[in-house]
Design a protein around this ligand. Structure first.
Ligand code: KIV
Length: 272
C-alpha cells in the first residue's frame, strides 16, 4: 500500500480522489455497533448498512421484508461505533420505488434519524427522478446496478446479470445516467468482469464491485459471508477471510463443557 494518502475521515470526495489516484476502495456491510467498531478500527473505507440485514440479521430469504424503521435502527447502531469511515445506508424495498417524493422522505428520515452520511438505491433510469430529488436536497446517493436483490422476483434467479447484449447496453447507459444525476459512486453486482471494467472506464465516479471482477475501483462484500458466519452461501466471487462459525462453535462448546463439569467459574472468577 505504498504512496497511499492516509485519511483521518472518509468522505464521498475521498472516494473520488481514490478513483483518480488508483487507490482501491474497501467496503463491507455492517449492521450493529460491535462489529462496526471493529471494522472501522481496521480502517475500512466504507461501511454499508445493507438491506442484506434482512437475510443475515433477521433470517429472511430475501431483502424485501426489511422496513425503513429497521434500517434506521441498524444504521443508528453503526453510526454510534464509527469514527473514520463513510456510512452508506440502503433505502429498503418499498420506501422509494415509483414515487420520488416518498424516496426523498425516506432518505431524509435515514439521514436525520441515524446520522449516516449517504444512502444507496437500487436501479437505473427508472429511479433517476428519485435520485435527482434526493441529491438536490443535499443527500449523497450511491447507485446499485446489475443483480439488484430487491428485484429478485422479477429476475427469478440470483445468477450473473447482463450477459446478453441488450441488458449490458442498458447497464452501461444506466451507469452514465446515474453519474449525470449526481451519484457519487455505484455498486455493480454480479456482472461479467469485462463489462464492469468497461463501465469503470466510462464514468468518473467510483464503481464498487461485488462479483464484478478486479478492474473496478473498489470491492464490497457482505461481512457475514467473508467472515464465515453464513456458510450456506458460496458464490464463486466470495472469498472467506475467516471461519467465525468454527471459532464461535469451539468457544461455546468449551464454555458448555466447563459449565456442565463445574469448571466455570473458578475461585478467581468469583467475588468475596
Ligand atoms: O445489502 C447489501 O448487502 C448490498 C451489497 C450486496 C452491496 O447491497
Amino acid at each position: 500500500m505504498k504512496n497511499q494518502k492516509s485519511y483521518t475521515k472518509i468522505t464521498t470526495h475521498s472516494l473520488q480522489e481514490m478513483k483518480h489516484s488508483n487507490e482501491k476502495i474497501s467496503m463491507l456491510t455492517a449492521y450493529d455497533y460491535s462489529f462496526a467498531k471493529i471494522l472501522d478500527m481496521a480502517n475500512i473505507d466504507v461501511l454499508l448498512v445493507g438491506d442484506s440485514a434482512s437475510n443475515v440479521m433477521s433470517g429472511h430469504e430475501t431483502t424485501l421484508p426489511i422496513t425503513l424503521d429497521e434500517m434506521i435502527y441498524h444504521a443508528k447502531s453503526v453510526v454510534r461505533a464509527v469514527k473514520r469511515c463513510l456510512i452508506v445506508v440502503d433505502l429498503p424495498f418499498g420506501s422509494y420505488q415509483g414515487n420520488s417524493k416518498k424516496a426523498l422522505d425516506s432518505a431524509i428520515r435515514i439521514m436525520k434519524e441515524s446520522g449516516a452520511h449517504a444512502v444507496k438505491l437500487e436501479g437505473g433510469c427508472e429511479i433517476e427522478e428519485s435520485i435527482k430529488r434526493i441529491i438536490d436536497s443535499g443527500v449523497p446517493v450511491m447507485g446499485h446496478l446489475g443483480l439488484t436483490p430487491q428485484s429478485i422476483y422479477k429476475f427469478g434467479t440470483y445468477s450473473v446479470r447482463a450477459k446478453q447484449k441488450e441488458e449490458a447496453e442498458k447497464l452501461k447507459s444506466d451507469a452514465i445516467k446515474l453519474e449525470k444525476a449526481g451519484c457519487f459512486a455505484i455498486v455493480a453486482e454480479k456482472i461479467p468482469a469485462k463489462l464492469a471494467a468497461e463501465i469503470t472506464k466510462s464514468v468518473n465516479i467510483p464503481i464498487i464491485g461485488i462479483g464484478a471482477g478486479s478492474k473496478v475501483d473498489g470491492q464490497v462484500l457482505v461481512m457475514h459471508d467473508m467472515l464465515g458466519l453464513n456458510n450456506e452461501f458460496n458464490p464463486r466471487f466470495l472469498r472467506r477471510y475467516a471461519d467465525l462459525t468454527k471459532i464461535v462453535n469451539t468457544a461455546v462448546s468449551e464454555y458448555i463443557h466447563d459449565v456442565k463439569n463445574k469448571k466455570f467459574p473458578n475461585k478467581s472468577e468469583e467475588y468475596n
